[in-house]
Design a binder for this molecule. Structure first.
Ligand code: SF4
Length: 111
């Protein structure tokens, strides 16, 4: 009986974790779509060179308290980092890593 109770608790726990993860993913997917729209805009040549288009976009939208380190490593090697940062600042992008800067770091740049 105790084992069954543990199983139910474990099941409920996993269900809660999955629901929280789905909620986070829904927010992230909207942010990723915005990032993709910008990276896929072939009218701007620099966007075709965006290194982030070749890696997992979720890297660029870490969860709250998550690390931006891996995204920054990609940005550090990106040939269009300056253009990306300029565009993000001009467009007021408020989420994600752009040009190697987190949203907080971009806010500081604009002060
Ligand atoms: S600087 Fe970073 S976010 Fe910007 S295009 Fe390059 S890899 Fe993507």
């Amino acid at each position: 009986m105790e084992k069954a109770d543990n199983y139910i608790n474990e099941y409920e726990y996993k269900d809660a974790v999955i629901k929280a993860r789905i909620s986070t993913l829904e927010i992230a997917s909207a942010e990723i779509a915005a990032h993709n729209r910008m990276a896929d805009n072939s009218d701007d040549p620099w966007q075709a060179q965006a290194l982030c288009a070749r890696v997992d976009y979720e890297l660029f939208f870490p969860e709250k308290g998550g690390s931006a380190r891996d995204a920054k490593k990609v940005c550090a090697r990106c040939p269009v980092r300056e253009q990306c940062l300029d565009a993000a600042l001009s467009n007021g992008e408020s989420y994600g890593i752009w040009g190697g800067y987190t949203e907080r770091e971009r806010r500081k740049l604009q002060k």
